[in-house]
Ligand binder design. Sequence first.
Ligand SMILES: [Zn+2]
Length: 251
Amino acid sequence: MTITYAVFFFIFGLVFGSFFNVVGLRVPKQESIAFPPSHCTNCDRRLTAIDLVPVLSFLFLRGKCRTCGSKIHWVYPLMEFATGVLFAASFLIFGFSAELVIAILFVSLLVIITVSDIAYMLIPDKVLLPFAVVLLVLRFVIPLDPWWNSLVGAVVGFLILFLIAIVSKGGMGGGDIKLFFVIGLVVGLSGSLLTLFFASFIGAIAGIIQLRIRKQGRKTPVPFGPSIAAAAIIVYFWGDAVLGWYFGILS
Ligand SMILES: [Zn+2]
């Protein structure tokens, strides 16, 4: 039965991932997420059901628009697939518990900001703020142990990134700083610090890969949001295991 539910969550995630692509791409441009309906950004043809099946349409159409043949970015199907996997993982890790609500919301936020940060180097307040408010309220109803851990994690995470932004003179965007507030709310103080540690590591690797692939100069900025999102998910799902292993080695 667990597997059936996990598959259900996966499919549920695929569909929502498709919606998160739209939110991540349209909200920063102040566009409505409902209108106009999905269309090819090149030839403006309105997409029909065949074009809109998550992941499968991309594979079936070999990543091209049916009418004009322009390339569809691989980020879209990747984000749909990632959302499916993360929704299923949320269920497998937390089961039908109250924390599952936080997990689904947290994963959703991280997917949306990854899309907008890759597309525009921007993490929009219009996305961050509603998630921050809802997660803040939920963390009082479904608290960490001790209950103030989430608030301390949020404030400390925010302040550390704020300091890094000042020291690095713009190396860190305002969106990254605010995002860390929300991450701290969800994962608490140790989780927040561990996320920063992993994010720096993932960000460094992503930077090296990007340099190799695109042969861009060092000046080309790499969005940090996707690295933070990946780190936050690792920590939220497996942070206790990582910390337990680490302190196990020390003792
Ligand atoms: Zn087209």
